[in-house]
Design a protein around this ligand. Structure first.
Ligand SMILES: [Zn+2]
Length: 55
């Protein structure tokens, strides 16, 4: 799957039991929400992704 912003390669991460796709090239973060309808706060996901990548 390619990044919708820059057409780069997306990396798939697992955060809090959900899958998130992120692009290291432009910083795009997409969350695949399947069966939960909670609104996704993109900033929170970005912070979570940053923490995830540092570990
Ligand atoms: Zn990108």
């Amino acid at each position: 799957m390619d990044c919708p912003r820059c057409s780069g390669s997306l990396e798939t991460y697992e955060l809090f039991g959900r899958e998130a796709e992120g692009c290291e090239t432009c910083g795009y973060v997409g969350v695949a929400v399947s069966h939960e309808s909670e609104p996704v706060e993109l900033e929170s996901w970005q912070e979570a992704l940053d923490r995830f990548k540092k570990e």
